[in-house]
Design a protein around this ligand. Structure first.
Ligand SMILES: [Ca+2]
Length: 308
């Protein structure tokens, strides 16, 4: 018949195209018999054994390839919800933190933690120092476990907060140098604020920045139930930024003790001011302004992270 030849050509073409598209499921190629060894073959001549020829896939176990249903399970998981400022963020220990987009006269707008970091293992006393033990270490005021204390949080040295060796608390050698943003003890996607970022936060508030950035519960009372003791920092605009600096005081490295809870708080920056000192911002119940200071890196102060 005259049409038999064209049909045969089309059939071959379809077969070739189909084969090209299925290369990952090509049938096993039969093993090619090895050529017989000869006396002059330097490799096989030493033992006289013929080279073994086998299918490397099936010879290893003889088991059929395992078919997993992981892909099907993955497809059933909905895409993760994108983080929006105001959502809760979690540190590496699973502790939760409220977040806030800080408002201000000039609309700073970065996303900050609304409470102080609490991550890490508590040091036994204020006199103890963190070490390079592979874990984050913190002080808790009066040595009372503060892991669940969202009112005050924990205190950290500069190096421990930065994830650097403890020797960086007394050195600004190149191994302790800081460039770009530093995650340190912050959650992934967050970092310790630089000196410049903290300065911008304060400047964004205009007048009385201390009053606007400080905050917390029961702030108006003078007795033990209020976290800020009443003073000039208490003004009509107290807490208006939403940042809510919490007055947890600090750890004094010279005396090895805690002091000034309810009166003072500092927020640590990632920026060094020298071998022994680093920049931070201090809030005092007696001041409506915020003070930029550079005390010893071994002072224990609060850490607030900011989103990258
Ligand atoms: Ca440590």
């Amino acid at each position: 018949m005259k049409i038999s030849k064209p049909l045969l050509v089309i059939g071959i073409t379809v077969f070739v195209l189909a084969s090209c598209g299925k290369s990952h499921t090509a049938p096993t190629v039969p093993a090619v018999p090895a050529p017989a060894a000869t006396v002059s073959d330097p490799v096989t001549a030493s033992t006289g054994a013929a080279p073994e020829v086998s299918d490397p896939v099936t010879a290893s176990t003889g088991a059929a390839p395992e078919v997993s249903d992981l892909n099907a399970a993955d497809r059933s998981v909905p895409a993760a919800k994108a983080f929006a400022c105001g959502d809760t963020v979690y540190d590496a220990d699973g502790n939760d933190y409220a977040t806030v987009s800080v408002t201000g006269t000039w609309g700073y707008g970065k996303c900050w933690m609304k409470t102080n970091m609490r991550r890490g293992a508590m040091l036994a006393t204020a006199a103890a120092l963190p070490t390079d033990d592979g874990t984050v270490e913190k002080w808790c005021y009066d040595d009372a476990d503060c892991t669940n204390d969202k009112t005050y949080g924990a205190l950290y040295t500069w190096a421990e907060a930065m994830g650097l060796p403890a020797s960086c608390n007394s050195s600004n050698a190149w191994t302790c140098a800081v460039s770009g943003t530093v995650q340190g003890i912050c959650p992934a996607g967050w970092h310790l604020p630089s000196d410049e970022e903290l300065e911008a936060l304060v400047d964004s508030q205009g007048t009385n920045p201390g009053s606007k950035l400080a905050g917390g519960t029961n702030w108006k009372v003078l007795d033990a139930t209020g976290i800020w003791k009443k003073g000039p920092i208490i003004r009509p605009e107290f807490g208006s930024s939403g940042f809510d600096v919490q007055p947890l005081g600090s750890r004094n490295p010279l005396l090895g003790d805690y002091h000034s809870r309810g009166l003072i708080s500092s927020i640590r920056s990632s920026s060094q001011a020298g071998a022994l000192i680093a920049w931070l911002q201090s809030f005092d119940h007696a001041l409506t302004v915020v003070m930029r200071n550079s005390p010893l890196k071994t002072v224990g102060v609060a850490v607030r992270c900011v989103q990258d």
